[in-house]
Ligand binder design. Structure first.
Ligand code: UD1
Length: 431
């Protein structure tokens, strides 16, 4: 088992180039199932969730490859419509293959997806939408069998909540369905637009993505885009590196990002007292001196404050002067990082949707575990600014969404390394 060891107190300097977006590449890889031929993708992040999606594609009969930063997926021959339990459990986004497989094969057998434990994560909206489009779905001891031998039919979906995954699944199911599909109260996240751009590049007829109403006119088939398709930058990773700098101090140029995707996030760092400048696809952040508390942070669907950044900004606010209130509106159980931060000396009271963070003078390094992907990232941020060493296990969660986090941060001056369990025990004996 691997661990991250972080010696706090080293400020960050220099530049970081943000990886491609995890939440954008996963639905695009599922969309490849609908494309007869070889798709080339640029700016794919080297993260374990992407490799899990590639393993799913291979299990379906596709060929995947990666060369010089360009990934390819050849779905000319899809020979299976079944995704086994282990692959389905490897990540939440495995559910997105349901719409793509129904669109391509008219059937699929899957089971309930895995992913981070953020409270109940039902898939009722996904199932209801596929049924509405004509799929017959049955659940046999956790295996979900979906059949639409006559093909899917376009219809109107009015989502009770703008779920990102359900919107993507319906888009994938609808692009090759018969007739028109309308998704009202659709998710508006940038990753939805990235999927829309990819599907259009393959010949799909989609409009309205990025707004609340997406209209899809079914086409008979999709073909690979003539040019390699570029995945958008990861806005959550960019926010993470802002938070790392707010915790550690110093100044950092964060390159290859889309600042407009962070419009709800950047003001929080400004309220904390960080200087931020945005130019083109770059964000410059400078933190000198103490931090201040921020206004109440309420997580919302895009363009509101992202739930995925809630844990990440909590880290610097633990040592800000004053009190910051968080209200988590998207997931029921998304304060699991608070325990670890409290072990580092933070003062956080979390109950239900609300967490109250009262700034303390400093955090102290400890031995702790990443509770989930973004909670793990929050501990990394906090450890960079803490006094002494922090040892973080559960690194597999962090690797699901961050490409070479220790390499990226150490190039900017952080004292961070990845070691095995055995070396970690020796390290503890030495200090
Ligand atoms: C996606 C992101 C995740 C982010 C989340 C919210 C990916 C791979 N993951 O997750 O990083 O935190 O959006 O921005 O893109 N819900 C239901 N029934 C359903 C579907 C969802 O009740 O059928 C509920 C969920 O339990 C949750 C809320 O809707 O409370 C939002 O979930 P959703 O937008 O679907 O998130 P994901 O697509 O799972």
């Amino acid at each position: 088992m691997q661990k991250l060891i972080i010696e706090g107190g080293a400020p960050l300097f220099g530049e970081i180039c943000v990886q491609g977006s995890k939440n954008a590449v996963l639905p695009v890889l599922a969309a490849c199932v609908l494309c007869k031929g070889r798709v080339f993708l640029k700016n794919c992040p080297c993260i374990s969730d992407r490799y899990a999606a590639a393993r799913i594609l291979s299990a379906l009969g596709a060929k995947t490859d990666s060369e010089q930063g360009v990934m390819s997926a050849d779905c000319e021959n899809i020979t299976s419509s079944e995704i086994g339990m282990e692959l389905m459990k490897s990540m939440r986004s495995s559910i997105i293959f349901m719409g793509a497989l129904l669109g391509r094969m008219g059937e699929c057998t899957i089971c309930y997806p895995g992913g981070c434990n953020l409270g109940p994560r039902p898939i009722d909206m996904h199932i209801a939408a596929m049924r509405k489009m004509g799929a017959v779905i049955s659940d046999d001891h956790g295996y979900i069998s979906c059949k639409a031998p006559e093909g899917l039919k376009g219809c109107t979906h009015s989502l009770s909540f703008p779920s990102v995954g359900a919107t993507e699944n319906i888009m994938l199911a609808a692009v090759c369905a018969e007739g028109e599909t309308v998704i009202s109260n659709a998710a508006r996240e940038p990753e939805i637009c990235c999927l829309g751009d990819f599907l259009r590049a393959c010949g799909a007829r989609i409009s309205g993505d990025g707004g609340g109403r997406i209209v899809i006119e079914g086409v008979s088939s999709l073909t690979p885009p003539p040019e390699p398709f570029e995945i958008i930058p990861d806005r959550i990773a960019a926010a993470t590196y802002l938070s790392c700098t707010a915790c550690a101090g110093g100044e950092l140029l964060i390159r290859n990002c889309t600042p407009v995707h962070l419009e709800a996030v950047i003001p929080v760092f400004e309220q904390m007292g960080c200087s931020i400048r945005v130019f083109g696809s770059n964000i410059y952040i400078y933190r000198k001196g103490g931090l201040r508390a921020a206004d109440t942070i309420r997580t919302m669907v895009y363009p509101g404050f992202p739930t995925d950044v809630q844990a990440i900004v909590m880290a610097p606010l633990c040592t800000a002067e004053g009190t910051t209130v968080f209200v988590e509106n998207i997931f029921e159980n998304r304060y699991r990082h608070a325990d670890a931060l409290c072990r580092m000396g933070a003062d956080i009271r979390a109950e239900g949707k609300v967490a109250v963070v009262t700034g303390v003078r400093r955090l102290y390094g400890t031995v702790t575990e990443a509770p989930d992907l973004r909670g793990g990232a929050a501990i990394v941020c906090a450890a960079l600014g803490a006094e002494g060493a922090t040892e973080i296990s559960g690194v597999g969660f962090i690797d699901r969404g961050y490409e070479n986090i220790e390499g990226v941060l150490s190039a900017a001056g952080a004292k961070i390394s990845r070691i095995t369990e055995e070396k970690a025990a020796n390290h503890r004996k030495e200090v």
